[in-house]
Design a protein around this ligand. Structure first.
Ligand SMILES: Cc1cc2nc3c(=O)[nH]c(=O)nc-3n(C[C@H](O)[C@H](O)[C@H](O)COP(=O)(O)OP(=O)(O)OC[C@H]3O[C@@H](n4cnc5c(N)ncnc54)[C@H](O)[C@@H]3O)c2cc1C
Length: 392
């Protein structure tokens, strides 16, 4: 069995298959965990880029099952951390979805209703006054507070999964890209790498926002989009408490959203992006710093000590996909909410390869766009449109 991609998806699958006694080789082009799995904001919560009310409207009962899968994914992540004793600074902090414009409150209220009616999940609407107890910011008009969510240290969580896979006997090969895949006449695949070829009965593609031309039919269904984060110097307890008193995970309702939180060592981690135009880490850092101070004026003058970026793997329906193409299993397309879902998909993909089944809600068409192969030529126009919506 060959797993291509050494992030949460690939590592969870490798650990699971090795536990089932399969011989597993995981191939990672760079260092293990080099992709989004060590670069993300560490926010873990149920849900997708498409909100629960829209899921129901678009997909009916299938949408109901999809959201339930995201609830299960969150539970699986918490269970994995506890059962496998992964030390990753995980805390069940809850999170807030914040209304950037007054009319975004209507959408959040609809979500609260749907969550309660369809899944029995209680999420609380906070108006502007109630919000003051959660976040000291002049920018937002209210928010939706979920208690069943939390935050972790992304690289520590990844290291825990890698340790698990290694201890169970998976062979982990860093700096080993899969450069070609060919079907063997006697069944299975030959996976070519610069260090030699591997014969495998099954192949799992777990490359998300870093998918290259290895499987072209997947590459043209994934849109890699950069997202950026700054980390400030550690804040004093008083300053941290004055900004986010209950240490919630936070993100807002813009298309070009901000997402932010306190780390366990009291740094403010503030993420987002300004547009789909190519940018540099230095430009993203300056833009994010200005955005952070707009949201939290009390942080003006705080030093930014780190800045980085990574690829989010978007899909045309803004939902993740697990499936098979030409006999190759793939699990990817988390659209920026993948910490819990990639753990879930890694496990689901492993169980499917071992002979299990994938629930019907995931057996959905995986849309592409005519003429899109490698360069997302449509992004500038789409970005301009979303930025205009955010300004209206
Ligand atoms: C800046 C940022 C912030 C984010 N914040 C959050 C958040 O707060 N909460 C949340 O839920 N999600 C967040 N996400 C999304 C989340 O990080 C991802 O969904 C998740 O990490 C995906 O894991 P993965 O294993 O599928 O992919 P990745 O971790 O990206 O791993 C894919 C790997 O495949 C490798 N690869 C590609 N091609 C080949 C090849 N041919 N051969 C071998 N290896 C190959 C790449 O090198 C890469 O390491 C964020 C993402 C980014 C970029």
């Amino acid at each position: 069995m060959v797993v291509v991609g050494g992030g949460y998806t690939g590592m969870t699958a490798a650990a699971r298959l090795a536990q089932r006694g399969r011989s597993v080789a995981l191939l990672e082009k760079h260092e293990l965990g080099w992709g989004a799995s060590s670069r993300n904001g560490g926010m873990v919560h149920p849900g997708f880029k498409v909100g629960p009310a829209d899921l129901l409207k678009r997909y009916g009962d299938q949408g109901r099952q999809l959201y339930q899968a995201s609830v299960d994914a969150f539970a699986l992540l918490e269970e994995t951390i506890t059962t496998d004793r992964i030390e990753c600074d995980y805390a069940r902090t809850g999170h807030l979805h914040l209304a950037y414009k007054p009319r975004d409150m209507e959408q959040l209220e609809a979500e609260a209703r749907v969550l309660a009616e369809e899944w029995g999940i209680s999420a609380r609407i906070l108006d502007r006054d109630a919000l003051a107890a959660e976040i000291a910011s002049p920018v937002y008009h209210g928010g939706l507070l979920y208690e069943r969510s939390g935050g972790l240290h992304p690289a520590k969580y990844f290291a825990g999964l890698a340790r698990l896979a290694f201890d169970r006997g998976a062979h982990l090969h860093d700096r080993t890209p899969a450069v070609a895949l060919a079907r063997r006449r006697q069944g299975g695949f030959t996976v070519e790498t610069p260090r030699g070829a591997i014969a495998a009965r099954d192949v799992l593609l777990a490359t998300n926002g870093y998918s290259d031309g290895l499987v072209p039919s997947i590459r043209r269904r994934i849109i890699p989009i950069g997202s950026y984060i700054i980390a400030t110097e550690p804040l004093s307890d008083d300053r941290a408490r004055s900004a986010i008193p209950n240490r919630r995970m936070l993100f807002d309702s813009k298309n070009f959203l901000y997402y932010w939180r306190l780390s366990s060592d009291n740094r403010m981690l503030f993420g987002g992006r300004a547009s789909f135009a190519p940018t540099t880490i230095a430009k993203a850092r300056d833009w994010l710093y200005a955005a952070m101070v707009r949201v939290h004026p009390q942080l003006a003058g705080i030093m930014v000590e780190h800045a980085w970026g990574g690829n989010v793997g978007f899909t045309f329906d803004r939902l993740p996909h697990i499936g098979r193409t030409e006999g190759i299993t793939y699990a990817l397309g988390y659209c920026g909410t993948g910490v819990a879902m990639s753990t879930y998909f890694g496990q689901l993909a492993a169980d499917w390869i071992a002979g299990g089944e994938v629930p019907g809600c995931w057996q959905r068409p995986f849309p592409g766009l005519p003429l899109y192969r490698e360069t997302p030529w449509f992004l500038p126009a789409v970005g301009w449109y979303y930025a205009a919506l955010d300004r209206l």
